[in-house]
Write a protein that binds this ligand. Structure first.
Ligand code: PLP
Length: 422
């Protein structure tokens, strides 16, 4: 069965591993436990979300089409044109884009439509992805029957895979490559030239490049460039390119399950066919609320201001500890603590601070030697709270990892079970 292909990966699911790692511990510290483990913004989404859902409540009874509504497609098309300064005509909303029930499902499905049974001469296709990476890429590659190939994205490579290190044989058997910018977990942002290189490689070696841009709106200074912008710079052709966007991070609306895909019309059409047979088309009220969110920038700017404040707090509290650098994009700290798993256990047990060991987002890698991986030394800390809570959590973190006594009494036992689920 196809699902059996996931079996070997189940033990790698990051949050299952985290729950197992911490299950024998009770969260310590005097204050409430703080969950910095999941990339789920904790601020309330903007009121237009509710008003639009209510205004369109009459259409909950209707089946939504896989291609969404003309209004949703228009809102997204206009946003893409504005955000990436695309030339007129590059995006035809009726051919080049499609709603998605969150970007996770779409990122999974792209493997089903991009990976053939075999590449020439019966060779098993490869799916490339950065290492560390968002776990869905590996699950999608496995179910599609491809070999996942993990490309080191370490401090030495600027936290993005080094394209010059890819050999021709590998590129020839590649069916799909996932590129994540801003990168989860490290926050690295690819420049336009880097995105162009991926697109050119994909076209030269005939593979699809899936650009995961779901953190595109969370940045410190300049807006990160996107792959559609790179297509425009290369002459406007969208062949072999798909971009993935989401309201989960941009609008703090992870529960809405709303995103979109855009790019190569052939791939967009296949994605719609997959949804028609076995996927989820976002409901009509969700599409209406989503269109309103894509048209509004004020709440997004407010979100960016919050993350900037959080990073300023982090800079002040962490200083130069744990290799802290303010990332160009995203809302994660990627901290080199020596042993990420040990740190995560201590932080939960001694301070009630829940973080994700970097190893749970990576695979052992021959370049690291033995059974070691590029995430082993790290923890990922999601700065998803307000500045005051961020400060509280980071002070507790520093106190534990600096081996100083934690300020308050500590040790209160909490009986609530905390299971991360994303
Ligand atoms: C890199 C990356 N891509 C995609 C997603 C999926 O987000 P959603 O399905 O909520 O749009 C996530 C969620 O955490 C993510 O971190």
């Amino acid at each position: 069965m196809l699902i059996d292909r996931l079996e070997p990966l189940l033990r790698f699911h990051p949050f299952t591993r985290l729950n197992a790692l911490l299950q024998d511990l009770t969260p310590g510290g005097s204050g409430a436990p703080l969950l910095f483990s999941v990339g789920e913004p904790q601020n309330a989404p903007p009121p237009i979300l509710h008003t639009e859902l209510d205004r369109h409540a009459g259409s909950w009874s209707r089946y939504p089409p896989a291609v969404g509504t003309p209004d949703f497609r228009a809102a997204v098309g206009e946003w893409l044109m504005r955000r990436y300064r695309l030339p007129a005509g590059l995006i035809d909303p009726d051919r080049h884009l499609l709603p998605a029930a969150g970007s996770r499902e779409a990122l999974f499905m792209i493997a089903l439509s991009a990976v053939p049974e075999a590449r020439g001469n019966g060779v098993r296709p490869a799916v490339l992805m950065p290492n560390p990476f968002y776990h869905v890429y590996a699950g999608a590659a496995a179910v599609a029957g491809a070999e996942p190939v993990f490309l080191p994205a370490t401090r030495e490579t600027g936290f993005l895979p080094d394209l010059d290190a890819l050999d021709r044989d590998l590129l020839d058997r590649t069916a799909l490559a996932y590129v994540c910018s801003p990168a989860n977990p490290q926050g690295a942002v690819a420049d336009l030239a880097y995105l162009q290189c991926w697109i050119e490689l994909g076209r030269r070696h005939d593979f699809v490049v899936a650009f995961d841009e779901c953190y595109a709106e969370t940045y410190t200074e300049a807006p990160p460039p996107g792959a559609l912008e790179a297509c425009a710079a290369l002459g406007g052709d969208l062949t072999n390119v798909m971009v993935f966007h989401s309201l989960s991070k941009r609008s703090g609306a992870a529960g809405l399950r709303s995103g979109f895909v855009a790019g190569d019309p052939r791939l967009v059409q296949r994605q719609a066919q997959l949804v028609n047979f076995g996927g989820v088309a976002p409901p009509l009220p969700v599409l209406a609320a989503s269109a309103a969110l894509w048209r509004d920038e004020a709440h997004v700017e407010a979100g960016r201001a919050r993350y900037r404040e959080n990073f300023a707090v982090a800079a002040e509290i962490l200083g130069d500890r744990f290799g802290f650098v303010r990332p160009a994009g995203g809302f994660f700290l990627w901290l080199d603590v020596g042993d990420g798993e040990a740190a995560a256990r201590r932080l939960w047990a001694e301070a009630g601070v829940r973080v994700l060991p970097g190893a749970y987002m990576a695979r052992p890698d021959s370049t690291e030697g033995g059974n070691r991986g590029p995430g082993d030394r790290y923890i990922r800390v999601a700065l998803v709270y307000d500045a005051a809570t961020t400060a509280e959590g980071l002070r507790r973190l520093v106190a534990v990892l600096d081996d100083a006594p934690i300020a308050a009494e500590g040790g209160s036992a909490h009986t609530v079970a905390f299971g991360d689920k994303a």
